[in-house]
Design a protein around this ligand. Structure first.
Ligand SMILES: [Zn+2]
Length: 147
């Protein structure tokens, strides 16, 4: 059994049992390992909510992670160290931004930054991303590097 298979098994066990604070930590950790190590094979599908309404979903058929804004939000919350907030950086299109915050808005991940050097007034600005945009993005305790 390789690391990915082990993580899938642990994830399933936790999903099928009542979660405690401890298992929630393990769960976030296991999901982060899967998100970072699986060579994802993304499947786009629709699930019916009722007769008239269906929503599009995107999941990986290998690790079975559903990649949506909620998942990415929990992933970023798990990875980024809140005590090092002042060091938070966002690298996007080879530009370094001082990152101030991130949140979910309308099924998108919003990253707010200061436009240092570009604008003297240090105006806050923000970027909007879909959950899938974070695939192959490197996240450490202080950095998000999106290529
Ligand atoms: Zn995967």
């Amino acid at each position: 059994m390789n690391e990915i298979d082990q993580c899938i098994t642990i994830k399933k066990i936790i999903e099928n049992n009542p979660k405690t604070d401890n298992t929630r930590v393990v769960y976030n950790h296991v999901c982060a390992v899967l998100f970072e190590t699986c060579n994802h094979y993304l499947v786009h599908d629709y699930i019916d909510i009722n007769i008239d309404k269906s929503v599009s979903i995107c999941y990986c058929s290998k690790c079975m992670l559903t990649i949506h804004a909620d998942f990415i939000y929990s992933y970023l919350k798990f990875k980024l160290d809140n005590t090092k907030r002042k060091e938070w950086s966002f690298y996007y299109n080879n530009i370094h931004y001082c990152m101030t915050d991130f949140f979910i808005d309308n099924d998108k991940i919003v990253i707010t930054v200061f436009l240092n050097n570009i604008s003297k007034s240090r105006k806050p600005n923000c970027f909007h991303f879909k959950g899938v945009d974070f695939i192959n993005t490197h996240v450490s305790d202080t950095h998000i590097v999106m290529t």
